[in-house]
Design a protein around this ligand. Structure first.
Ligand SMILES: [Ca+2]
Ligand SMILES: [Ca+2]
Ligand SMILES: [Ca+2]
Ligand SMILES: [Ca+2]
Length: 178
């Protein structure tokens, strides 16, 4: 009984495999327009440059809408402090900045001009352990993180261009002093 079931299943698989060869599924035929994807749903439009990330909604959805590697308030289109263009989701609420979430949102939540791990309230010796551990983890201050091509701590300076790599840091041997 079991053998015949297996045999039947095997025959069925063979049949469908052959049928698929002869008649490609409809959905396969309709998804061959890669590169010129056109969709009527604005939220899923992916036309190369993506959607400009510059509205309250797009600056608080946790998505890198314009595909430039910067999400929400970490993108200057949402949070341009120098240019004076800070959208509502990125405005400081002047409350303590000492949780992992608030130490990684690119906002100086407490309004003291120091943002995220640059603020001792996140990374100082008296910071809450979770926040300090997070900041220690992303700190750009060893040979590996100072040569990976990434701005690990998100301060706008990458690898040897970051003071934490090039200035008075004996544990970094690959950067010229700056
Ligand atoms: Ca976004
Ligand atoms: Ca923050
Ligand atoms: Ca780096
Ligand atoms: Ca950096």
């Amino acid at each position: 009984m079991r053998v015949s079931s297996v045999l039947l299943a095997s025959l069925a698989v063979t049949f469908f495999a052959c049928a698929k060869d002869r008649f490609p599924p409809e959905d396969e035929a309709t998804t061959t327009t890669t590169g010129t994807t056109v969709t009527t749903d604005a939220t899923t439009t992916t036309n190369g440059g993506g959607v400009l990330e510059n509205t309250d909604e797009l600056c608080s959805d946790g998505i890198d809408n314009d595909g430039n590697g910067l999400i929400d308030c970490c993108d200057t289109t949402c949070n341009d402090v120098k240019g004076g263009n800070v959208l509502t989701p990125c405005v400081a609420d002047n409350m303590p900045e000492d949780t992992v979430e608030r130490c990684s949102d690119c906002i100086s939540n407490d309004g003291n001009k120091y943002t995220d791990c640059a603020d001792f309230s996140c990374s100082g010796k008296n910071a809450p352990p979770e926040a300090k551990a997070y900041c220690d983890m992303i700190a750009e201050n060893d040979n590996e993180k100072c040569s990976d091509g990434k701005d690990n701590d998100g301060n706008g300076f990458t690898d040897c261009k970051d003071f934490s790599c090039c200035k008075n840091n004996p544990s970094v041997t690959i950067c010229d002093p700056c």
